[in-house]
Design a protein around this ligand. Structure first.
Ligand SMILES: Nc1ncnc2c1ncn2[C@@H]1O[C@H](COP(=O)(O)OP(=O)(O)O)[C@@H](O)[C@H]1O
Ligand SMILES: [Mg+2]
Length: 362
């Protein structure tokens, strides 16, 4: 009896589509562990990322399908878990890392480190294993944003190799060029020294198993970008811009650099930071201090997704200065915006991985 019902459940679930991957949940092998007792059905849905923004929709679609195609009186429980996908074939560099997400911008001061830090924390809060590498030689800010200014990474012997051990904070593995040099020294570091430090971060560091490694790049289109693109197999790039024209022009230049590289790096999309300001005491008012709609327009012109807007919030600045990323505070008005951006980034990574897998199998 239960055999028949299980196959009925599977049949019903095979009518439910994964909205991004445009295939049904059963063909995608996302349905596992169906258990039926009396009037109760439980199964596990294995998502492509724990930060999936469509979780609730998929859960509802599954329940609706079972109720309409099997039995309307069944009590259905969908348990969610995730197995983060990857499209990496070569495992020579960063062998345990499934996805590497670079955060880039044309100009400095547009919120790249703010977005990188909160993206990393948000993904970890959703249950992913996350690392954050701050490669911004001109203004490393991860040590400050995570309150680990005085820490120094240790070395550890792993299978006969001396590897650097990232600093851990809020469940995230951190490395920053700022751990190795004092801010006032940064300017005198020559290109080759920077490159060799970055190579050590990539090749001689014990990152372990990570679902996502977030890379906070310096602004612009300089040497460090070329080094990073050459040595790191990037999954994709998130562009951060403010809505104003000057920042956009620079962001465009940076975006085209990634697209013109021989190893074309996909753009995951555009985040518009400092989109507007809303004073706490006037929550209905929005002041577009740096202009309006620039990020969306840029995403349209580049034919890439718009990953969301982030308003100016005092708490975001404070979080950055006090070493506690704003997304950690559930009372914080900015949290929802930061979480939404992180979920859209994770969603785009899953889509790119599925597209690459489809190409490889074609
Ligand atoms: N949405 C925001 N609301 C408030 N402050 C912000 C916001 N985004 C960035 N900031 C602040 O602006 C400054 C520059 O941001 P940062 O992330 O360091 O820029 P970048 O890394 O691009 O140079 C920091 O002090 C940061 O806290
Ligand atoms: Mg920065």
């Amino acid at each position: 009896m239960s055999e028949i019902i299980e196959s009925n459940i599977l049949k019903a679930l095979s009518t439910v589509m994964e909205p991004d991957l445009k295939k049904d949940l059963v063909s995608l092998n996302m349905v596992r562990n169906i258990k039926i007792t009396d009037k109760h059905v439980t199964f596990t849905l294995v998502l492509t990322t724990p930060a999936c923004p469509l979780k609730d929709k998929m859960e509802q679609d599954c329940k609706d399908a079972i109720h309409s195609l099997v039995d309307a009186s069944l009590d259905v429980t969908v348990e969610m878990t995730a197995n983060v996908t990857t499209n990496r074939l070569d495992k020579l560099t960063l062998p345990g890392v499934k996805n590497i997400i670079a955060v880039a911008s044309g100009k400095g001061g547009v919120g790249k480190s703010t977005v990188s830090s909160n993206l990393a924390v948000a993904l970890a809060q959703r249950g992913a294993k996350v690392g954050l590498l701050d490669a911004d030689i001109h203004g490393p800010s991860v040590p400050m944003m995570f309150g680990v200014l005085d820490q120094q990474p240790l070395m550890r012997n792993v299978d006969g190799r001396e590897l650097m051990v990232p600093i851990e904070k809020f469940g995230i593995k951190l490395l920053s060029i700022g751990f190795l040099i004092k801010p006032e020294q940064a300017v005198v570091w020559r290109g080759p020294m920077v490159s060799s430090a970055l190579r050590q971060f990539i090749n001689d560091t014990d990152w372990g198993e990570l679902d996502y490694l977030v890379l906070d790049l310096p602004p612009g289109t300089g040497d460090i970008h070329l080094t990073m693109i050459q040595i790191v197999p990037l999954t994709g790039v998130v562009m951060v811009t403010t809505p104003q024209a000057v920042a956009l022009a620079d962001a465009f230049k940076a975006a085209t650099m990634f697209q013109m590289m021989p190893t074309k790096v996909p753009l995951l999309g555009v985040v518009e930071n400092m989109a507007w300001f809303t004073p706490e005491e006037l929550p209905e008012n929005r002041y577009p201090i740096f202009g309006e709609g620039g990020g969306k327009k840029m995403a349209e012109e580049l034919h890439v997704p718009f990953l969301g807007e982030l308003p100016l919030f005092m708490q975001i600045r404070k979080g950055g200065d006090t070493g506690i990323p704003a997304v950690l505070d559930s009372e914080n008005r900015s949290r929802k915006y930061l979480m939404d951006i992180a979920e859209r980034v994770a969603q785009q990574v899953a889509i790119i991985n599925a597209q690459k897998a489809a190409l490889a199998n074609a």
